[in-house]
Structure formats: C-alpha cells, structure tokens
Design a binder for this molecule. Structure first.
Ligand SMILES: Cc1cc2nc3c(=O)[nH]c(=O)nc-3n(C[C@H](O)[C@H](O)[C@H](O)COP(=O)(O)O)c2cc1C
Length: 319
C-alpha cells in the first residue's frame, strides 16, 4: 500500500496518445469470478491492478493509465477481467494455439537460413488469400504502445507496382539536386561525415540506378514485383514499430513460399518538403513518419543452393 500511495501522486491527466486514441483503457473485474491468483498484477507494469482481500481491484491512479495491452485479460484463468477502450474490447480475446502447433527453433532457423532477398519474380500475381495471411501474421508484431500506430499501404498487382516505380523515378528526378556536389558540400557541416560518405557512396549511385536505369527499362526500385506493402508510422509512433511489422510480414511471406525483399530507399525520400507531401497525398499515405519500410513479395523465379553466413558488427557481453 505504501508503494501504491507513491503511485497515486503520479496521477496523469492524459492517457498515452497514439494516432488512433488518446483515451485510457478501462478494466472491469468481476469479483465473484476473481480467485485472487494475482497473475494480472504481476503482468501489469502500469500498477493498474492491486490485490485487496484476495480480490483484484483497480487502482485509478496508476502510472501511465491503462494502455489496453490486455495482458491482464489474457492471463486471467477464470475470465474475470475485461478490458475495453483504446480500440479494444473483451471480444478481442482469441483462441490461443497449442504449444505443439508452434514451430520449434530448428524449423525457425531453417526458414531464416533459407530466406534470401528475392528480386526476380515469376509472371504470376499474388493471390488475395496470401495477402490476408501476411497481414494476419504481421499484425501480431509487438507494438510500442497499443493500439498499433503502424499503417500499411498495399500495392496489389504488377500494374500498380510498375506504375508506382515509374512515378517514383520521375519524382526522384525532381529532387535530384540532393545529389549535386554543391548541395552535399552545403549539407556536410550539418549532417556530418558519415552522411556525406553515405550520399557519395550509396545515394548518388542509387539515384542513378533508380532514375537513369528506369529510362533503360530496368526497374531497380521495386524489381517489377507483383505485390508491395509499405509499413509506416505516425508522428506519435515509435520509429521501430513499422520496421518490426515489416519484418514479420517478410518472414510470413517466406513461410508462404513467396520471395520477399525490403526496400529502404523510398520512405526517407518522401518525408520532407512540398513535393514529398504531394507524392504522399497522391498515394493516400496518411502521415509523414520517422521510419517506414516497403516490402515486395512475389513468386520467386530463382532458387538458391546455399545459405550465406552473416555476422553482426559486434557482439559484446557487459562485464
Ligand atoms: C532496411 C533494409 C532496406 C533494404 N533496402 C533495399 C533496397 O532498397 N533495394 C534492394 O534491392 N534491397 C534492399 N534491402 C535488401 C538487402 O539488400 C538484403 O538484405 C541484402 O542484399 C542481403 O541479402 P539477404 O537479405 O538475402 O540476406 C534492404 C534490406 C533492409 C534490411
């Protein structure tokens, strides 16, 4: 109780905001069903629940206010807890797959080792049911703060993706000044040596490939893929959120037999300036955001015979 007394002083007026809601979640506990196991209290890191007389009770003056993560509802063995608000309701509790239905480490690692970024696709569209399966897997990705602030824009079909690549190539022409020696010279004091090196060594040739090669009929932007998904955040979201969701989508695509490749060179160039705003508007991109990632999918037209060993930049243990 002493500790809870401290928390009471932290009473915040506003709930943690996301683009979708600024309200707190609401928890209700049926005391007749509560057996006082205390598991809900263990998993709630907001100190929203406490135990009194062997019954779980709500602390109205918790740390942040309930974010409706629903861990309390999911862990309750008797179904005594209901969470609603923040776009969640008690109906959002879904069947928990059995442990035996899970993939084990060996199968998971085999899938990861077999995955290669694929940029060559068969002339075959990706069926809607595969798109639905990818989305169903990607939406399970952990999110910084529920409800997820990740937006997904889907480019379905060869035609739409080819048109987008052409359009993006034209758009890049309009901001090609960014690769000029004058612009880079002016920017270097502001964005530093690493960015300067990155522009000279990577972004300049990238513009060349994206703009000049498109004229030669080579699409290096999305490689004539039949499906692309753009995962992007909002001004509220943690920049990692869309990247994690995109990674889940990529791995889901792999399990469905699709080839996938992340495309990192679209999002950063459609964030700043009026041209970027117009471009975003044209495609119905709802927000500018710190991070975002395209993932392309398609039926692979190539087959690899070996996996490739990868290394981290460093792996250290803290002494
Ligand atoms: C954040 C991110 C952005 C990427 N952007 C591109 C891209 O724009 N174009 C591309 O061809 N590949 C892109 N890739 C794919 C990498 O080039 C690829 O992972 C690398 O070639 C290693 O191959 P692997 O994925 O088969 O291990 C990106 C990968 C990541 C993680």
């Amino acid at each position: 109780m002493h500790f809870l007394g401290f928390i009471k002083t932290q009473n915040l007026i506003m709930a943690i905001p996301t683009s979708r809601t600024k309200e707190k979640g609401k928890i209700t506990i049926d005391e007749n069903m509560c057996e006082g196991c205390g598991n809900c209290i263990k998993v709630c890191k907001d100190f929203t629940i406490y135990l009194e007389g062997k019954k779980a009770k709500i602390n109205e003056n918790s740390l942040f206010g309930c974010i409706a993560c629903a861990h309390c509802m999911a862990i309750c063995p008797t179904g005594a807890i209901r969470v609603h608000g923040r776009e969640l309701s008690a109906n959002d509790l879904i069947h928990l797959p059995k442990k035996a239905e899970m993939t084990g480490y060996e199968a998971f690692l085999a899938m990861l080792l077999r995955r290669r970024s694929i940029r060559e696709f068969k002339n075959k569209e990706v069926d809607q049911h595969l798109i639905d399966q990818i989305l169903a897997a990607a939406v399970t990705a952990p999110m910084g703060l529920p409800p997820s602030d990740v937006n997904v824009l889907i480019f379905k079909g060869f035609e739409k993706n080819a048109a987008f690549a052409k359009d993006y190539s034209e758009y890049l022409k309009g901001i090609r000044y960014m690769t000029s020696p004058l612009f880079l010279g002016l920017m270097r004091p502001f964005w530093g040596k690493e960015n300067d090196e990155m522009f000279k060594g990577f972004i300049n040739p990238l513009f060349k490939a994206y703009v000049d090669e498109m004229k030669n009929g080579h699409n290096y932007i999305n490689y004539d893929a039949p499906l692309a998904m753009y995962f992007y955040g909002t001004p509220y979201s943690d920049p990692a959120d869309p990247i994690i969701a995109a990674t889940y989508a990529m791995l889901a695509g792999e399990t469905l037999g699709l080839g996938t490749c992340m495309l990192g060179a679209i999002h950063p160039f459609i964030q700043n300036g009026s041209k970027a705003r117009t471009f975003r508007k044209k495609y119905g991109i709802r927000y500018k955001s710190r991070e975002g990632l395209f993932v392309i999918f398609g039926h692979p037209a190539v087959k690899y015979h070996k996996a490739v060993k990868r290394t981290f930049a460093s792996v250290d243990y803290v002494n």
